[in-house]
Structure formats: structure tokens, C-alpha cells
Design a protein around this ligand. Structure first.
Ligand SMILES: NC(=O)C1=CN([C@@H]2O[C@H](COP(=O)(O)OP(=O)(O)OC[C@H]3O[C@@H](n4cnc5c(N)ncnc54)[C@H](OP(=O)(O)O)[C@@H]3O)[C@@H](O)[C@H]2O)C=CC1
Ligand SMILES: Nc1nc(O)c(N)c(N[C@@H]2O[C@H](COP(=O)(O)O)[C@@H](O)[C@H]2O)n1
Length: 208
């Protein structure tokens, strides 16, 4: 399911926490897409990493760079608040990736403005973005001030224990006139069994 979704989006976006924790591949490995039997890089999403402080310590051995070199995925676009150092900037450029520098205006130091990110992606002809994670990025996008940016939420429930203190996904609560309002309830919900998993798919309600 994850790889099918990756093939259907122009970009796949993660936060620096995920980039550092997982060294992810961020490509689509379904037979028939570009790099796996298909033409060029057709069906491969553009990896996008949100890294305001430039703390992603990637190098030529990072999976996403190896795959780009092998023609099995696209090189990443990295959003930072200040330009990357020369070494990482050169590696990124040589691989075909890019560093977008957002500047400091408008947002606290620890975050990047979604408005800015989406405007840049739109200008670069990216029409659909799959937000893969992690917890902090998803929680921020599910928060009331950003939920309008989200079209669909897809949750896969797998028969496995994730471990104590795992990643928590729950948007901040919303309080209006001292009343707590429910946030980000999903509508048009569908549940689909898929192999051993169940996939939940729904749209954020626009009236809450
Ligand atoms: N099961 C699944 O489907 C998935 C699970 N994961 C898991 O998630 C974990 C990582 O999650 P997490 O640690 O929360 O990290 P994230 O990947 O969510 O990255 C969070 C970081 O992104 C930066 N950031 C920039 N803008 C924002 C913003 N607007 N809102 C929030 N953060 C922003 C901050 O960096 P800074 O601190 O430098 O300021 C922040 O610490 C990993 O363990 C990974 O395995 C990840 C993807 C999918
Ligand atoms: N196990 C799992 N199931 C999903 O449905 C997911 N979306 C993820 N997400 C993330 O996948 C990354 C590793 O995959 P690649 O190396 O990019 O193929 C990693 O960041 C997971 O946290 N995981």
C-alpha cells in the first residue's frame, strides 16, 4: 500500500526526525515503475525533507542518494532555514537534488512554514504530496491551523507491536470560548482489509 501510494504522488515528504532515525529510501519499488522495469524515473516521487536547522547528516552512502545514483529514485529536495554547508550542498547538487532556503521570517526557529513549502512545490509543478511522517510533522499538519491543507488521511493498522514510547500521532486540542472542540475528525471514512492489515481512509471534516 505504501509503495502504491508513493507511485501515485509527485512528492513524498518527511521531517528530519525520520530522515535521521530511519535512513529511508523514499522511492517506489513496485515492478514497472521507473528504475524497476519502467521508463526513466516515471512513477518515482520526489523525496522532500523538512529540516529547518540543517541537522540531517546525509552523505553519498545515505540510501536516498545511493538509489538516485542507481537510477532507482529521485534525489531529495531539502528545506532549511539557512543554506547547507558546502559539502552537503555539493553532494545534493551533484545528485540532482536541491536545497530550498526558507529564511527566518514568519515562523519559530524549529519549524518551516507549510505555506512556503507548498508554494515552492507548486511552483516546481508538484501537484500531490504524500506526507509519510514522522509524528511531529503529522501532528503539526493535523492541528486546526493546518488541517485545511490536508485532503486525505490514510492509516494502516498492522498486527504488530510498535514498542513502548512509540511515535504518537494526535493533533493539539482546539479550545474556543473555553470549550474543547473535537479536532480533525474524519469523514467519508472507508475501512479496507488488505492482506494482514486494515487500511483506514478518510477526509478531515471541514466543519470542525
Ligand atoms: N510508521 C510510520 O508510518 C512512520 C513512522 N515514522 C517514525 O517517526 C519517527 C520520527 O518522528 P519525529 O521524531 O516526530 O520526527 P519528524 O520526522 O516528524 O521530524 C520532526 C522535525 O521536523 C522539523 N520540523 C520542521 N517543520 C516542522 C513543523 N512544521 N512541525 C513539526 N516539525 C517540524 C523539526 O526539526 P528540528 O527538531 O531540527 O527543529 C522537528 O523536530 C521515526 O522513529 C520514524 O521511524 C516516520 C514515518 C512514517
Ligand atoms: N512500516 C511502515 N509502514 C508504512 O505504511 C509506512 N509509511 C512506514 N513509513 C516509513 O517508511 C520508511 C522506510 O521505508 P523506505 O526505506 O523509505 O522504503 C521509514 O521512514 C518508515 O518510518 N513504515
Amino acid at each position: 500500500m505504501t509503495h502504491y501510494l508513493r507511485s501515485k504522488h509527485d512528492a513524498i515528504l518527511i521531517g528530519v526526525g525520520t530522515a535521521e532515525a530511519d535512513n529511508p529510501s523514499l522511492n517506489c519499488r513496485i515492478a514497472g515503475v521507473g528504475g524497476y522495469g519502467g521508463d526513466g524515473l516515471e512513477g518515482q516521487p520526489r523525496p522532500v525533507v523538512i529540516d529547518p536547522r540543517g541537522r540531517w547528516q546525509f552523505d553519498a552512502e545515505s540510501k536516498v542518494f545511493k538509489l538516485a545514483e542507481e537510477g532507482k529514485g529521485k534525489a531529495p529536495w531539502v528545506f532549511t532555514k539557512a543554506p547547507l554547508d558546502v559539502k552537503r550542498a555539493r553532494l545534493l547538487q551533484n545528485a540532482g537534488g536541491r536545497n530550498f532556503v526558507t529564511g527566518l521570517e514568519g515562523c519559530p526557529e524549529w519549524r518551516v512554514s507549510w505555506d512556503y513549502v507548498l508554494k515552492v512545490l507548486d511552483a516546481e509543478h508538484i501537484r500531490s504530496v504524500m506526507i509519510e511522517g514522522g509524528g511531529a510533522i503529522i501532528n503539526d499538519l493535523l492541528a486546526p491551523e493546518n488541517i485545511g491543507l490536508v485532503d486525505v488521511v490514510i492509516v494502516t493498522i498492522a498486527p504488530t507491536w510498535l514498542g513502548k514510547g512509540g511515535v504518537q500521532v494526535c493533533p493539539d486540542e482546539r479550545v474556543e470560548q473555553r470549550a474543547r472542540l473535537p479536532v480533525a475528525r474524519l469523514t467519508n471514512v472507508k475501512w479496507m482489509p488488505l492482506g494482514e492489515d486494515v487500511v483506514l481512509c478518510g477526509s478531515p471534516s471541514r466543519n470542525q
